[in-house]
Design a binder for this molecule. Structure first.
Ligand code: AMP
Length: 118
């Protein structure tokens, strides 16, 4: 049975994190192990474990996630240079934290989308 993750504690501000945006639907905070000069996680406040658990009821929420992502990209000064939005799902997707989140990565040339492995 899946359980809430550390991200729920960040959302509730029970543990420290560098939160850059929060409203009643989403929270955005800096990744603790950044892979680019800008690496921010945008997370629904409501716990959704993986992309597999997204349903029709989540359409507005996930649209809002993208609106917030684009606003943060502009605030971080990377809208014009560009950035990558990424969601990992389960083992093959490399998901480590089972609370759906959008990675916002930018501030450098990110290179090819995937490592070239067979
Ligand atoms: P994923 O592999 O897509 O599940 O990504 C999980 C991300 O969460 C990784 O990039 C981690 O560095 C990041 N992360 C894990 N714990 C924390 C934390 N306490 N605060 C901020 N980011 C975290």
């Amino acid at each position: 049975m899946a359980a809430e993750t550390i991200f729920s504690k960040i959302i509730r501000r029970e543990i420290p994190s560098e939160i850059v945006f929060q409203d009643d639907q989403v929270t955005a905070f800096r990744d603790i192990n950044p892979q680019a000069p800008v690496h921010i996680l945008i997370v629904p406040n409501r716990w959704i474990p993986t992309a597999n658990d997204v349903g029709a009821d989540d359409e507005q929420l996930l649209g809002h996630l993208f609106v917030v992502a684009s606003q943060i990209a502009a605030q971080q000064g990377i809208a014009e240079s560009g950035y990558r939005l990424l969601v990992n799902c389960n083992r093959d997707g490399g998901q480590e934290v089972f609370h759906l989140h959008l990675h916002l990565l930018g501030g450098r040339q990110l290179g090819p989308m995937l490592l070239r492995q067979s």
